[in-house]
Design a protein around this ligand. Structure first.
Ligand code: SF4
Ligand code: ZN
Length: 387
């Protein structure tokens, strides 16, 4: 069986490990403390529960600089980046302050607004929900958690448990919308129907289009003024680089921390309060706040090109710390120079939802699957007006 490879960055430790072992156990055997590292396998952050598989490439990124103390109080540091070391308490202050500054600097959320937080069950969206809920009085906002249950066995049924547990602890109002109730089938069944009909699309094409559609409607049903997502700086940098590779300038000019909703009365503006925080920082925050969920990968997750871009950018960052900030600065300069993309948004001829075409992609996909009637029935059942 092909072994897994493990590398402890900054310690010169590299070697092979037998698959089937828990990553946390391997690390303990190496005499390392798990709190001092962020575990990354094949370019994705995982938990210490992760079971190594043949051919895996595990890398442990240090979050503590060789015993350095916190810049501010001298306590043991849990975070070190670009020459700044911080202890637990000061790191939390730094992280939350950075997010609150991003909200103010980019005018993402105004006092009096109701924010729907799109929760995927991952560490970023759970951290965002936690943080916005913690500061809801200071910001003068209302918060609702919004989760779309796609109906993916072995993934969503498990992540929804983490969502419910954390939500219960926080006491946040929440709403779950399922593909099943809207389309009559969960994603697993939709993929079967698509295969039977010989349709060429990948699972993620359906999933992404349907989820965006339902998040927008869900935010409206919740009475929200804005929809907040947990995209962090790494996500945006990866999307930027991906769009360079695929020569999609138009999409690059959409990569703003706040997308306007003014173009259509049914389009809820989207905001990204983690626009300026690194994935490593959201990971550390989620670990310190006890929000880190189990690592469960979607059974359909492919994203081969995105994984390559993620690995490439992470390697660059390691060799030249600060690279990710430079890339996001270049993105902002580009948008300033060319202006944000202005999409002409009209109404779907079938359902009335915002779309840049004549018929929205959700209606087109559902029509090809023979499921359009289910959507229209659901819409009229919950009182959504058709176009
Ligand atoms: Fe949906 Fe694809 Fe993400 Fe799975 S990996 S949740 S199918 S978009
Ligand atoms: Zn439509």
């Amino acid at each position: 069986m092909e072994p897994a490879r493990i590398e402890v960055v900054g310690r010169g430790i590299e070697g092979e490990v037998e698959p089937g072992r828990r990553l946390g156990d391997v690390v303990k055997e190496l005499g390392l403390r798990t709190v001092e590292y962020i575990p990354v396998v094949n370019g994705r952050v995982v938990t210490w529960e992760y079971m190594l598989r043949p051919g895996d490439r595990a890398r442990l990124l240090p979050v503590v600089s060789g015993g350095a103390g916190c810049e501010i109080c001298g306590e043991e540091a849990v975070y070190s980046y670009l020459g700044i070391s911080l202890c637990r308490g000061h790191y939390i202050e730094y992280f939350e302050g950075k997010v609150l500054d991003t909200i103010r600097e980019y005018s993402l959320i105004q006092p009096g607004e109701h924010v729907a937080v799109a929760v995927s069950g991952g560490k970023d969206s759970l951290s965002l929900l936690y943080l916005l809920n913690k500061y809801r009085e200071d910001l003068g906002i209302e918060v609702t958690a919004l989760l779309i249950d796609e109906g993916i066995k072995g993934y969503r049924d498990l992540t929804i448990e983490d969502f419910m547990r954390i939500n219960r602890d926080l006491g946040v109002r929440y709403r779950v919308i399922t593909y099943e109730e809207v389309f009559g089938h969960g994603l697993d069944e939709i993929i079967d129907i698509a295969r039977e009909k010989g349709l060429p699309r990948y699972p993620c094409s359906y999933c992404g289009v349907f989820r965006r559609y339902l998040l927008n409607i869900g935010a409206r049903i919740a009475g929200a003024d804005v929809l907040a997502t947990g995209h962090n700086l790494d996500d945006i940098v990866q999307t930027y680089v991906l769009n360079i590779v695929t020569n999609s300038l138009e999409r690059i000019l959409h990569l703003l921390p706040r997308t306007s909703g003014a173009d259509h009365p049914l389009l809820v503006p989207r905001v990204k309060p983690f626009y300026r925080v690194l994935e490593m920082e959201t990971t550390l925050y989620s670990v310190l706040m006890g929000l880190y969920p189990r690592f469960i990968e979607c059974v359909y997750a492919p994203e081969a090109l995105r994984n390559d871009v993620r690995n490439y950018v992470n390697e660059l960052e390691e060799r030249r710390p600060g690279t990710k900030y430079k890339i996001i600065n270049s993105l902002e300069d580009l948008i300033k120079r060319y202006g944000p993309a202005v999409a002409r948004i009209g109404s779907c001829r079938i359902c009335g939802e915002p779309t840049s075409g004549d018929i929205c992609r959700t209606c087109r996909y559902l029509d090809s699957l023979g499921l359009l009637e289910n959507l229209l029935r659901w819409r009229s059942r919950i009182g959504l007006v058709e176009g």
